[in-house]
Design a protein. Structure first.
Length: 142
């Protein structure tokens, strides 16, 4: 029910992001989704990719500061308000969402998120019959 996400520390200076992207390119690892949250000095580049464990190892070998974490991923119908409906289910269950990002892929909405209570979030997903994306499913998206 969870997928691995890479979180990469990136300094806000020329050349730091390309180092990450080139390492993944050389390893032939496909990026599925990514986002950067930044401050004046650095950013956190969050990344979902086709082979997260191998990507983690390749980035470590390249000297990149990277962490691996579990996040939840839902497949939503591509209709206005589906993300709001999903978030409301978690909110109604008293679950806070620490961060999320969404995107459309092949006619489906994809919602990646991290919560303060992943076990309870899994219960909400199961009880509400929400369609989740597992790590093994990532290969069908690339």
């Amino acid at each position: 029910m969870t997928i691995h996400q890479l979180s990469i520390f990136i300094e806000n200076r020329s050349g730091t992001l390309i180092k990450v992207l080139e390492a993944l390119k050389e390893a032939k690892i496909q990026i599925v989704a990514s986002t950067i949250a930044d401050t004046a000095e650095y950013g956190i580049y969050r990344l979902i990719c086709s082979e997260p464990l191998r990507a983690y190892e390749e980035l470590k070998k390249a000297g990149v500061a990277v962490a691996l974490s579990d996040v939840l991923a839902l497949e939503l119908d591509d209709e206005p308000g589906r993300a709001a409906d999903a978030v409301k289910m978690f909110s109604d269950a008293g679950i806070s969402i620490a961060y999320m990002f969404t995107f459309l892929l092949r006619g489906k909405g994809i919602m990646i998120f991290r919560t303060d209570n992943p076990d309870k979030a899994r219960e909400v997903i199961t009880l509400n019959k929400l369609k989740f994306i597992a790590e093994k499913d990532l290969s069908k998206w690339v």
